[in-house]
Design a protein around this ligand. Structure first.
Ligand code: 13P
Length: 246
């Protein structure tokens, strides 16, 4: 019922020419059972959009501002993304929360703006190692869901994607076990259900954190994992192809 979404988050990697070369190497990858997506740096969006013409792979950004325009030096407006033809945007990645002071409140503003403008948000949630070890995972995630996803329109939920990314598993080579990931994702859906009811069944919830060709099959075999948000492994052609064709 929920089509898996396998998304690459390139983070701050690839110049425009490197992006074009990479897209040309992956644009013919096709798996009718999976939605494939690349979330590329702002500077590459326009050229990647052109290079993806005719491809099944979709285009996403990694962040956006919550205002349409104004005096926000260095920021990118949702209207600019929409104008390029961006379909998805990552919101509230843990790196943005950690290094750029993003909060559940700014996440909430951005998510609402994304829906208003017609871009599908991929909202990241997840706990630190300290929080997991002190058994605060559920408390942390519940707060991120309640505050970051508050006051959404029910009809928008079908276009919402949540990425569960335990911070301790990002770029560390440590993956949550597939059971840990599945259990936390179930908890996320229950939390969402307590706010929005059955429409929450339509929301796709991905896992992210050291996903690679070697562990994707196991993760995707779990009942509640609807895809993956992948950093490092999405930058290599063979790995990205193996992920889409898990
Ligand atoms: P890695 O796959 O490199 O661990 O990154 C995960 C991530 O942060 C995706 O958004």
């Amino acid at each position: 019922m929920r089509k898996p979404l396998i998304a690459g988050n390139w983070k701050m990697n690839k110049t425009v020419s490197e992006s074009i070369d990479f897209i040309n190497s992956i644009k013919d990858i096709k798996n009718d059972c999976v939605e494939g997506l690349v979330c590329v740096p702002y500077t590459s969006l326009t050229e990647v959009k052109k290079s993806l013409e005719g491809s099944d792979i979709k285009l996403g950004a990694q962040n956006m501002h919550y205002e349409d325009n104004g005096a926000y030096t260095g920021e990118i407006s949702p209207l600019m993304l929409k104008d390029i033809g961006v379909e998805y945007v990552i919101i509230g990645h843990s790196e943005r929360r950690e290094y750029y002071n993003e909060t559940d409140q700014t996440v909430n503003k951005k998510v609402k703006k994304a829906f208003e403008i017609g871009i599908k948000p991929i909202v990241c949630v997840g706990e630190s190692l300290e929080e997991r070890e002190s058994k605060k995972t559920e408390e942390k995630i519940k707060k991120q869901i309640e505050e970051g996803l508050k006051d959404l329109k029910e009809e928008d939920l079908k276009d919402l994607v949540i990425a569960y990314e335990p911070i301790w598993a990002i770029g560390t080579g440590k993956t949550a076990t597939s059971d840990q990931a599945n259990d936390t994702i179930k908890f996320i859906r229950e939390s969402l259900k307590s706010i929005y009811g059955d429409v929450s069944e339509k929301v796709r919830i991905q896992y992210g954190g050291s996903v690679k060709p070697e562990n994707i099959k196991e993760l995707m075999s779990k009942s509640d994992i609807d895809g993956a948000l992948v950093g490092g492994a999405s930058l290599k052609k063979d790995d990205f192809e193996a992920l889409i064709n898990y």
